[in-house]
Ligand binder design. Structure first.
Ligand code: ZN
Length: 426
């Protein structure tokens, strides 16, 4: 007797299997046709995947678009200035309310683990207090990791260093930074070193906004990888964005990538935001500004797609759908081969779970019973359709359902309804 059985679904690796759930764990995978269950979800013909994971987000800023005004230039720097204006007027209550609303959207999309940066450049640490409250409120259905993020610069902002340390003392999970925003390259490198030392001493992971610029001379990822190796932080450090790598000299990159691989540093490109923000100072040709995804993967570096923003000072769209993120990344990085498209799906699920260090993630006996049923036949079709999440299960509970989005047709001689599924060989 299971509490819940998800029947007949196709797993991302192509296996067709029933999944038996007891309490908050997966307790059987295989043929469970004869088994009883308190509740059954029929997933015949549908994709059943482990939940989506977002390794890079800003939950303190989300759903604030237009307050107090929109970003007119569309640049990263105006976005930072605009966020500074918003911070002056925002209340803790409002931040909690916006973040919880976004978490509702995420839950409905099967996005059940999020790493969110939280701005520590505020002497009151309102955002930190708000996000700690949110982390606690959603813990029954979303795993939320918080990164102490000195938005205005760890050294550049006079109180950021103290406030970032205070945020870690308050229970923020990960040490963050923004070396390319410091006043000099030397200060940027020094901030990376001190933040990595802080993280090593406290036993917390590191995830920095790193080289989010088109300047090929922004090379803080080199320092980040070197410090990760020096301090024995392999597997616990991530560099977010890394867009300067797009414009770096090829010889230099051929030396940099093996260092990143040896140092066990993961990369988190954010394709929706980077294709929007980068290249704004170019005329033509205009650089895409996405880091070198396929080249890093070829070196064995873990790379996950991040979402970064939804409706905030930096980005005016977004729906909490990690398939939108992978879809954009697939295009900008030209990952069109079927193996590469499947890898893009893997990047917003298992690769991101690895970056977050999630325990019990995946579809196997003993794993946490969290999964999503999609109106698609396989991962590539899921990327193509970005379809309805028919059911979302978190820690053994069905937390969201969305109906199929079939269209009805009124065309003589043609089918009455269509689903835009593609039959293999059909
Ligand atoms: Zn970010």
């Amino acid at each position: 007797m299971f509490d819940l059985i998800v029947k007949g679904g196709t797993l991302p690796d192509g296996r067709v299997a029933d999944i038996g759930i007891t309490g908050a764990r997966i307790t059987a995978i295989g043929n469970l046709q004869e088994a009883d269950a308190g509740e059954v979800i029929d997933a015949t013909g549908d994709l059943v995947s482990p939940p989506f994971v977002d390794p890079h987000f800003h939950l303190d800023a989300t759903l604030s678009y237009g307050t107090p005004r929109v970003n007119a230039s569309g640049t990263l720097l105006e976005g930072i200035g605009l966020w500074g204006e918003l911070k002056e007027i925002v209340t803790q209550e409002e931040m909690v309310s916006r973040a919880l609303e976004y978490c509702d959207w995420a839950a409905s999309m099967g996005l059940l683990a999020i790493r969110s940066h939280v701005d520590t450049c505020d002497d009151r640490l309102l955002g930190v207090a708000a996000m700690l409250e949110v982390r606690d409120k959603v813990k029954g259905y979303i795993d939320l990791q918080l990164v102490a993020f000195p938005q205005d610069g760890f050294y550049r902002d006079p109180t950021a260093r103290d406030n970032t340390i205070r945020a870690l003392d308050m229970g923020v999970d990960v040490a963050g930074g923004i070396p390319h925003f410091e006043r000099t390259m030397a200060d940027g490198a020094a901030s990376v070193r001190e933040l990595c030392e802080l993280a090593a001493a406290r036993g917390v992971p590191v995830d920095m906004h790193c080289d989010e610029t088109d300047d090929p001379h922004s090379r803080h990822i080199e320092t980040l990888a070197f410090e990760a190796q020096r301090l024995g932080l392999q597997g616990r450090v991530a560099g977010s964005h890394l867009t300067s790598m797009h414009s770096m000299d090829n010889y230099y990159v051929s030396k940099l990538l093996p260092l990143m691989a040896e140092a066990g540093v993961a990369a988190i490109p954010n394709p929706l935001i980077n294709i929007m923000l980068q290249g704004r100072h170019d005329t033509f040709p205009k650089r895409r500004g996405l880091t070198r995804v396929k080249e890093m993967q070829a070196q064995g570096i873990t790379v996950g797609w991040g979402q970064d923003c939804v409706l905030d000072p930096w980005y005016s769209l977004g729906t909490a759908d990690m398939l939108d993120v992978a879809f954009m990344g697939l295009h900008v990085a030209q990952m069109s081969h079927p193996d590469e498209m499947r890898r893009c799906f893997d990047m917003v699920t298992t690769q991101n779970a690895r970056i977050l260090g999630l325990e019990g993630y995946g579809l196997h006996v003993g794993a946490q019973a969290s999964l999503v049923v999609l109106d698609a036949g396989d991962p590539i079709e899921a990327l193509r359709l970005r379809p309805a999440r028919l059911a979302v299960v978190s820690k053994g509970r069905v937390i969201a359902k969305t109906p199929r989005q079939d269209a009805s047709l009124a065309l003589p001689g043609r089918p009455a309804t269509i689903r835009r599924r593609h039959r293999q060989g059909g």
